[in-house]
Design a protein around this ligand. Structure first.
Ligand SMILES: Cc1cc2nc3c(=O)[nH]c(=O)nc-3n(C[C@H](O)[C@H](O)[C@H](O)COP(=O)(O)OP(=O)(O)OC[C@H]3O[C@@H](n4cnc5c(N)ncnc54)[C@H](O)[C@@H]3O)c2cc1C
Ligand code: FES
Length: 325
């Protein structure tokens, strides 16, 4: 764990906050989709850190500036909301494997980012990388209502195409973001097989996105929501079922060849990651899961914190997850 100082913790909309942390210590870089385990309280209350994806990360002087965006949903994020400038927060990361948008053998012609609610977080960094690489990108953002639409200006400033969808039609187009994906994949900008779909959001939205992409013939990567206890691959609280037809060896090896020149390439760990005592829960134990998860070939489970959080969506057994995740 590394200690950061709170520079700002501002309310963006009811329940949505942006937390800016600074450190005199350099933190390296973060790949889009990587996350930190953030210790929200002092001591052991609550004991477990909470996973938060990286929204922004930049060098500042000899140190670093790290930005998270979070939705207050329970005790941990409720405590985080109370942090004030000058407070200290411990965080471990960046962890996991991010989106693999670089396909050397046949570069993608376009990337479509599909965000549901707070699932927008990894896409500012991804959008920035895509813009720097000159790769055409489209950002599709879905929320229930205009009150939950945040940070649109940040994405507009990136210069990527953007469409907003609300379920009640109070902002942007009325409907689900997956309808936007269906239309975008058919708009003739690039062949679906050369269009990478990157998705992050609630489980149902992620599955629907994977289905739309598969039916159109577009490769798709997604970052599913999972509860995490350790973030280090030890406790198995975060596993997802691997598709029986997928004989990979964890994560999206074979699809992913690097993370676009960023840190956090497959199999590497960046930042200040270090082993911790894992597998114990403070406020409710992690779900009981089989103890066979290793990420090795043939294993039926994938650890979100280790082989993910970003997976090729065909690696996930959606049907089994729906039945009893
Ligand atoms: C890799 C990763 C990156 C994430 N990035 C972000 C982010 O950038 N911003 C953000 O706001 N959130 C993010 N989350 C979700 C965030 O970690 C949870 O919302 C947070 O841990 C909730 O903690 P809490 O103590 O407030 O809620 P709790 O009191 O622990 O839980 C409240 C309710 O939410 C459910 N819940 C808690 N965590 C999750 C979860 N991960 N998935 C599904 N249901 C859950 C619980 O079952 C419970 O019903 C991320 C999760 C993962 C796995
Ligand atoms: S959170 Fe412990 S193994 Fe993933």
């Amino acid at each position: 764990m590394h200690t950061w100082r709170v520079e700002a913790n501002e309310c963006l909309a009811p329940r949505f906050y942006r937390l800016v942390l600074v450190s005199r210590r350099s933190a390296g870089g973060a790949a889009p989709g990587q996350f930190y385990m953030v210790r929200v309280g002092r001591g052991t209350d609550p004991l477990l850190p909470r996973p938060l994806a990286v929204y922004g990360m930049e060098a500042r002087g000899g140190g670093a500036r790290l930005t998270f965006v979070y939705e207050v949903i329970g005790r941990g994020t409720g405590i985080l909301r109370e942090k004030a400038p000058g407070d200290e927060v411990e965080a471990l990361g960046p962890l996991g494997r991010g989106f693999a948008w670089h396909r050397p053998e046949r570069p993608y012609a376009r990337v479509i980012m599909v965000a549901g609610g707070i699932g927008l977080v990894p896409f500012l960094l991804l959008g920035r990388r895509l813009t720097e690489a000159g790769l055409p990108a489209l950002y599709l953002y879905g929320a229930r209502t205009h009150r939950e639409v945040v940070l649109v200006e940040d994405f507009r400033a990136l210069g990527v195409g953007m469409r907003v969808y609300t379920e009640d039609g109070s902002l942007g187009e009325k409907g689900l973001v997956t309808a936007g994906l269906t239309a975008a994949l058919a708009d003739g900008t690039a062949a679906p097989e050369d269009t990478l779909v990157c998705a992050c959001g609630p489980w149902g939205m992620l599955e629907a996105t994977a289905t739309v992409a598969r039916e159109a013939g577009a490769p798709c990567q997604g970052s599913p929501e999972r509860r995490m206890a350790c973030g280090m691959g030890a406790c198995l609280s975060c596993v997802v079922r691997r598709s029986p037809g997928c004989a990979g060896d964890g994560g999206i090896e074979g699809v992913r060849t690097d993370t676009g020149g960023q840190t956090g390439a497959p199999g590497t760990r960046t930042g200040d990651a270090e082993p911790n005592a894992a597998g114990r829960a403070d406020d409710g134990p992690p779900d009981a899961k089989p103890t066979s998860t290793t990420g090795i070939k043939g294993d039926p489970w994938l650890r979100t914190c280790q082989e993910g959080p970003v997976f090729a969506t065909e690696e996930i057994d959606w049907e089994a997850e729906r039945g009893g995740a």
